[in-house]
Structures are given as structure tokens and as C-alpha cells.
Design a protein around this ligand. Structure first.
Ligand code: SF4
Ligand code: SF4
Length: 56
């Protein structure tokens, strides 16, 4: 069960800067998590100012 970034993302980049496995990349409208690499640590959810990352 990987984390997923929902539509509320404001593209601040905090999640990508803090992901321990660097599996978050900037997409066209929001940041995106590669589910194959995510280790479900929850760091992205903890640093996001708008609560966009959710456990799938
Ligand atoms: Fe990266 Fe952890 Fe978020 Fe998965 S849960 S995308 S490993 S920070
Ligand atoms: Fe988007 Fe939240 Fe990541 Fe910032 S920390 S890029 S708002 S998901």
C-alpha cells in the first residue's frame, strides 16, 4: 500500500526533498509518487502543508 498524492498538492516540493528513497517527482499538475519504490514511511504526509499525500 503505497502513498498517493491527491489533488490538493500545491507543488511546494517539501515531500520530494524529504522522501528517504527519492521516489517523488514533480508532475504537470501535482507531485507524483512512484508506488513501486515507496516504502510507506509517511514522511511526505508529515511534511506536506496541505495534507495531500494519503495512504492508498
Ligand atoms: Fe517517500 Fe515515504 Fe512518502 Fe513513500 S511514504 S513517498 S517513501 S516519503
Ligand atoms: Fe504537494 Fe504536499 Fe508534496 Fe508540497 S509537500 S509538493 S503540497 S504533496
Amino acid at each position: 500500500m503505497a502513498y498517493e498524492i491527491t489533488e490538493g498538492c500545491i507543488k511546494c516540493g517539501a515531500c520530494a526533498a524529504n522522501c528517504p528513497v527519492s521516489c517523488i517527482k514533480e508532475g504537470d499538475t501535482k507531485y507524483e509518487i512512484d508506488p513501486a519504490q515507496c516504502i510507506e514511511c509517511g514522511t511526505c504526509a508529515g511534511v506536506c502543508p496541505v495534507g495531500a499525500p494519503r495512504a492508498e
